[in-house]
Ligand binder design. Structure first.
Ligand code: FES
Length: 114
């Protein structure tokens, strides 16, 4: 069952910014990429490194530990297959950021990304 959890004001996440929040014992990184909001678990699926300080190239976030890249919108790696980073729906509700968390694990990646 999913729940909506407030994670701050939209003013705290302007375009180009990121924010680290803690929700239900999980560390989650929020991004605003040119107005598009994304949220990913702050743990690389390769070996658990923190992704909060990873370099962002468009929608692709590079893990600082070994350099794997993940699309923060889908959680998928570029190309087919690969590891999958957990993502969370996030939206702006009247100026407040609302994160949706649930019990379902992230599904496999099938998206073709560049
Ligand atoms: S821990 Fe992220 S690429 Fe290895």
């Amino acid at each position: 069952m999913s729940r909506q959890i407030p994670v701050g004001s939209a003013d705290e996440l302007m375009p180009g910014q990121r924010k680290l929040v803690f929700v239900d014992g999980r560390s989650v990184v929020l991004f605003n990429i040119d107005g598009a909001l994304c949220a990913v678990e702050n743990a690389c699926p390769h070996n658990g490194a923190s992704l909060a300080g990873g370099q962002l190239e468009g929608h692709l976030l590079r893990c600082p530990a070994h350099g794997l890249r993940f699309d923060v919108a889908t959680g998928c790696m570029p190309g087919k297959g690969g590891l999958s980073l957990a993502t969370f729906p996030i939206r702006n509700v009247a100026g407040k950021l609302e994160l949706t968390v649930g019990d379902a694990p992230a599904g496999p990646c099938h998206a073709q990304l560049s």
